[in-house]
Design a protein around this ligand. Structure first.
Ligand code: TYD
Length: 134
């Protein structure tokens, strides 16, 4: 069963020249094949997103713009990670509860996902999550 030790900040390779920065996510630089990309924007201040775990989906969360905090929780331990760099991605394996909060104005939260959307693989109830951890 996954623990928050497997949650990792990944450095996204970038190419920097006088015209700006180009960051690249390529298939060999991340631990899964991307099946879906989604993003959150226009998040009102004080909003909390997430509040679920996934039985099958692995994710990489990137603060494309602005900043926010991701709280990851394996049922025994929790940690809070501030994301505020577009060339950093937070890898979250399966079976980790996550919440995202403290969005700055204009923040854009990009999620690279290993599965297509399937509500059946979500765990949205925290008690059920803890039970699933045994
Ligand atoms: P939700 O899981 O609550 O978003 P967050 O992870 O930010 O808390 O999803 C909000 C709504 O969007 C919910 O009705 C499910 C739907 N949804 C899709 O239809 N497709 C998707 O790929 C995702 C991630 C969510």
């Amino acid at each position: 069963m996954n623990t928050i030790k497997k949650v990792k900040l990944l450095e996204i390779p970038k190419v920097h020249d006088e015209r700006g920065i180009l960051a690249v996510v390529e298939k060999d630089s991340i631990p899964f094949k991307i099946e879906r990309v989604y993003y959150l924007y226009d998040v009102p201040s004080g909003s909390c997103r997430g509040g679920h775990a996934h039985k099958e989906q692995q994710s990489i969360i990137i603060a494309l713009s602005g900043s926010f905090e991701v709280i990851v929780d394996d049922g025994s331990s929790k940690k809070r990670v501030m994301l505020n760099k577009p060339n950093q991605g937070l890898y979250i394996p399966t079976n980790i509860w996550r919440e995202i909060e403290n969005f700055s104005a204009g923040a854009v939260c990009l999620v690279l996902a290993s599965t297509i959307y399937n509500e059946d693989e979500y765990i949205r109830n925290y008690e059920s999550f803890l039970l699933s951890k045994g």
